[in-house]
Ligand binder design. Structure first.
Ligand SMILES: Nc1nc2c(c(=O)[nH]1)N[C@H]1C(S)=C(S)[C@@H](COP(=O)(O)OP(=O)(O)OC[C@H]3O[C@@H](n4cnc5c(N)ncnc54)[C@H](O)[C@@H]3O)O[C@H]1N2
Ligand code: MOO
Length: 467
């Protein structure tokens, strides 16, 4: 029986977690502003509460709110300005020598000019904005102002510690640093951050048709696509060229790159299915690879292969890291789907990230046909029996929000894995589970969508994971 998609994911997760411990220099400390898009390596916990002091939210006058409780147009309350505090001033120094109790007794309330962000002076509990006070005697800092409305306690005052609390977990290990995170992190004085090392990945394309364009249009699409898609998710990626359909040279090139120990993952596309020139499985056997799966119940992409290449030797007494190998199918639509739904989960697990949560959208049209997508698939590993098993199906499509605020998704009309035109407009992948017929969610027309791009920076097009 062909391996289910879920079983393939579980193999990838186990292998990634096993490989994780062998990652050399797995963490790096880098400046905050260079870390956007990188994976946070360990929890960041606040060592302080912010803001450190009470501060003013407006430019105005710091007053005692109680003094304004009876204030009205007919009974305005007078205040005398007794100082001025700018952001960065120490309010204690500004108010040195001012005995608020004494001046209050003298019949006129003291107040202090205060600027937005400035530390709140002791003895005052609210800020009245400049535009809400009338200056009756204008004399620089000893002006007199009147207030004609009661000012609530704590008006325009930011209380110490009401933003971030000491001990708050600001970011969890495995999260992708987003540009928005730089604001709270910088507010805590954090200037650099420990991030996971970028996974090092080598990409090859295969096929003589890509090397000589004497007949037809043998253009490499998977090479640029996979290289860019890997770069987008933060991998350190090298495109290593196109391998000819010759097992000897294929072996030589792959062995050289694997033996260099420079890469944690090698990805090829093509030459993995049943054809006479599909040499990847044989070359891997020659390389003593442990083939963990070859053939998954998924559409497209069922010929996909995953293996571990031997490391050979030890480092500091521990076995060297093996190299993960993905043999993606050659058809570009299949290579892209396998990348998105097998390679990305592997790399996320390797970097300690949680897996993505889908966006749930209403399927436009085709609900009935989609719900009855159970098909039979060939067992690619032994190449014999046809099993009536139901594959996971991945379809590209267009996800959009309606003016009513609904999310809808329309699968591309042509899902042929060799058709590239739909990728001009497609912005997501739809994941249809196996045994769709009878699945209540699917029959209600609700499907799981993932953005085509697996990058997690920018607008996070993923719903919150269930709590
Ligand atoms: N007898 C069978 N034939 C095929 C099966 C099968 O189960 N039994 N599976 C089909 C499926 S599904 C796919 S997908 C392909 C995958 O085959 P390979 O991985 O062996 O890929 P190739 O044969 O090398 O190429 C297939 C196709 O893709 C084009 N290609 C390959 N690399 C690239 C590239 N980098 N950029 C653009 N296009 C590429 C290649 O030119 C071929 O047209 O096998 C089916 N056959
Ligand atoms: O994996 Mo092939 O899925 O259909 O092109």
């Amino acid at each position: 029986m062909v391996l289910s998609y879920q079983a393939a994911l579980s193999i990838l997760d186990t292998v990634a977690n096993g490989q994780k411990i062998h990652r050399r220099d797995a963490q790096q400390q880098i400046p905050l502003q260079e870390a956007v898009g990188r994976i946070v390596a360990s929890d960041i916990v606040s060592a302080e509460s912010t803001p450190a002091h009470d501060t003013s939210a407006m430019d105005g006058y710091a007053i005692r709110s109680e003094a304004t409780s009876e204030a009205s147009e007919r009974t305005p309350v007078r205040f005398q300005v007794r100082g001025r505090i700018a952001a960065g001033d120490d309010p204690r120094q500004v108010l040195q020598g001012l005995d608020t109790a004494e001046v209050t007794m003298s019949g006129i309330e003291p107040c202090v000019e205060i600027m937005t962000g400035a530390g709140f002076p002791e003895g005052f509990d609210a800020c009245v904005r400049f535009e809400d006070a009338e200056t009756v005697i204008d004399c620089d800092v000893s002006s007199t102002i009147v207030v004609t409305k009661p000012v609530p306690v704590n008006a325009n005052r930011r209380l110490a510690g009401n933003d971030i609390r000491n001990g708050d977990v600001i970011l969890q290990a495995g999260m992708t640093l987003q540009v928005g995170h730089l604001l709270p992190l910088s507010s805590l004085g954090i200037k650099s951050i420990a991030v996971e090392a970028k996974p090092r990945v080598a990409v090859f394309s295969t096929g003589k048709e890509l090397l000589s364009q004497s007949y037809g249009l043998g253009r490499d699409m998977n090479g640029p696509y996979l290289t860019a898609a890997l770069g987008e998710i933060g991998a350190d990626v090298d495109f290593c060229g196109v391998l000819d359909d010759d097992p000897t040279s294929m072996y030589r090139h792959l062995q050289t790159v694997a033996g260099s120990g420079a890469y944690e993952v090698i990805i090829t596309s093509g030459a993995v299915s049943k054809g006479r020139f599909d040499h990847i499985p044989d070359v891997l056997a020659q390389m003593d690879a442990e083939i963990l799966f070859h053939g998954v119940a998924m559409r497209p992409g069922h010929p996909v292969l995953f293996a571990l290449l031997p490391a050979g030797g030890t480092v500091d007494g521990t076995a060297k890291r093996k190299t993960a190998f993905f043999g993606l199918p050659g058809n570009p639509g299949a290579a892209a789907a396998c990348f998105r739904f097998l390679v990305v989960p592997y790399l996320r697990a390797l970097s300690g990230q949680t897996q993505e949560a889908p966006v749930i959208a209403s399927l436009v049209g085709q609900v009935a046909s989609v719900a009855q997508h159970t098909v039979s698939c060939n067992d690619k590993r032994n190449g014999t029996a046809t099993h009536a098993s139901s594959p996971d199906i991945f379809r590209h499509g267009v996800l959009q929000s309606t003016p009513e605020g609904m999310l809808t998704v329309q699968p591309s009309k042509d899902q042929s894995p060799a058709k590239l035109n739909p990728f001009i407009t497609a912005n997501c992948w739809i994941h249809l589970p196996p045994h769709g017929h009878g699945n209540p969610k699917l029959e209600a027309g609700l499907v799981e969508c993932y953005p085509i791009s697996a990058a997690t920076t920018g607008f996070p097009l993923t719903s919150l994971p269930p709590t």
